[in-house]
Design a binder for this molecule. Sequence first.
Ligand SMILES: Cc1cc2nc3c(=O)[nH]c(=O)nc-3n(C[C@H](O)[C@H](O)[C@H](O)COP(=O)(O)OP(=O)(O)OC[C@H]3O[C@@H](n4cnc5c(N)ncnc54)[C@H](O)[C@@H]3O)c2cc1C
Length: 430
Amino acid sequence: MYDIVVAGAGISGCIISYLLAKKGFKVCLIDVKRAEDVGDKVCGDALIGRGLDLLGFEPPSGAITNVASALRFYASGMAPITLKTRVFLLDRPRFGQYFLHKAVDNGSIFVDKCRAFAPILEGDKIIGIKARTDNSQVELFAKVTIDASGINCAIRRNLPKDWWVSKPIGRNNLALCYREIRKLKESKVNTEYCDVFYDGKVVPKGYYWIFPKRDDLVNVGLGARMTTINYDLKERLYKHILSNPVFNESEILASGFGMLPISPPLSCSTASGFIAIGDAAEQVNPFIGEGIRPSIISAYIAAETITKSKDFDQDHLWSYNVDFMKKLGIRHAMFAAFGSFFERLNYEEVKPLLSVYEGGAYKFDDFEDFNIGLLLTLKAFLKGFKQLKSIRREISIIKSVLSIYKDYPDSPKTFLEWMHKAEGFWKDYS
Ligand SMILES: Cc1cc2nc3c(=O)[nH]c(=O)nc-3n(C[C@H](O)[C@H](O)[C@H](O)COP(=O)(O)OP(=O)(O)OC[C@H]3O[C@@H](n4cnc5c(N)ncnc54)[C@H](O)[C@@H]3O)c2cc1C
């Protein structure tokens, strides 16, 4: 019997295992991958630094290939909009291996090539997981089960359908991406900026990115809401992006497809004896697809909740939901509303709005906190943005999201009432 069993040794799973093992909990961490492949994942590899220092989290220097100073957003025919923030470009396999070793060095038991496939239930409580290794089936019992299995949600999605936490990720809330890591022939890229490009002709309802891992090494990819993709993503990347002379004679070091959730945050990520963290709890910023920092933050919040809890029933674990909502969930919900507004406008409609911001440099923190907005929107109207009515409607929608999510219940007792309100809102909105 363990104190904690963690399904999935991605970022969130390794970090929570490390944090809890360090506190003296008996932790078992499993992953379907081989130990040496842990950390290897199709990703943009860009970790936004905001708020991590407050947790005492410092990315390991040996797993950072570059530190950029801003994200730059391009829309066709416009000067870029710059959002200033520290962005760590990660060597993802090394980053993963570093935290796997931290988890093991602090006492976690790690089992590789082990696939979790079902929860073990006792009444309304989760008491462990069933998993398969190469040649056997195992049952791992624990006081708390953590689902950190990423988009797979291996445990959460196999819980009874009427449990709040088991709500599936809608197909419409998934993004599909294709990404390559390319070694360039010469040192050609500016390492200061992580560039994101909105170009409806290349990726309708999505974007492509070029992130500098070094001045001769880039992470380049594209992605969009899965339900809007009726073309070949890889072919688009080759035809429109990799045809740029910068990529001539470049070498492919890694390539692949990946998926991520782009939904409002899961309303409830806990049950008795259970917490979902990271992508398994849909904790990605749905507008920019940022999920590494949220995974780290959720691992820290979950570890703290468990450490402080006297018992591991729903009531005691509930503060994890509350704290994640306060820290990032409210913003993610606002971005979900903003993102679908943005997606609905065509480029000609959105151009006058973007032109107000074009060429400007802003703090990422102000963008994330929704502090860039009202006055500039008025300017957009004066510049010919014809959608004043729709933007006023959008502002009031974002305010409604804020007020709903600010009222996230402090205990499960009033959750159902809140959930009906939140779900009713998203139903009306979509
Ligand atoms: C193409 C792409 C680009 C991205 N770019 C960025 C970016 O630049 N910046 C950013 O912040 N975010 C980015 N993201 C999002 C980010 O990668 C994720 O949010 C983050 O990795 C989530 O971490 P996690 O620990 O929750 O899950 P993961 O890192 O996905 O880890 C899940 C782990 O669970 C294991 N697993 C799965 N199923 C089982 C099972 N049944 N049993 C046992 N183990 C299992 C997997 O093998 C894996 O090791 C990107 C995502 C994609 C797909």
